[in-house]
Design a protein around this ligand. Sequence first.
Ligand code: HEM
Length: 129
Amino acid sequence: MMPDQAPEDSLFTRIGGKAAVDAVVDLLYNRLLRDVEVGRFFTDMDERAQRRKMKVFLAYAFGALPNYSGASLREAHRPLVEEKGLTDIHFDVVAEHLQSILLELHVPESLVEEVMAIVGSTRNEVLNR
Ligand code: HEM
């Protein structure tokens, strides 16, 4: 998951390392749970699972998982697509929360764009198509 010693040129390091990532985890977690459109997707999980999900999510977003497996993202979200109606609308809401948080934390726009490109590249796997 999150590397203890990420390479200096990694997006993880350039974005501010563990301190920045922890701040993003807290903010994103709170916002998703309170969000009218996506909050319901997260209520079935226990808190530990929710935190783990956020960490792994951000590991993807910050490019800290080089051996990224689209198959596992597909599996993890399949029940959400099939049983709870997960669509592009929800994907966009999650991506937008992440983007606002990064901008609020004054992450430079070029880095925010890198993060959003990585997140966007997972769309088809997450939505199982
Ligand atoms: C935007 C791109 C997304 C990425 C990169 C992502 C990433 C992940 C990852 C890595 C897991 C892993 C869990 C595991 O190992 O068990 C996961 C689970 C989960 N994701 Fe996402 N996710 C994305 C979008 C979404 C969206 C749009 C929703 C709902 C609105 C969502 C809701 C969930 C839930 C509820 C789980 C837990 C499933 C379970 O174990 O019960 N994710 N996600």
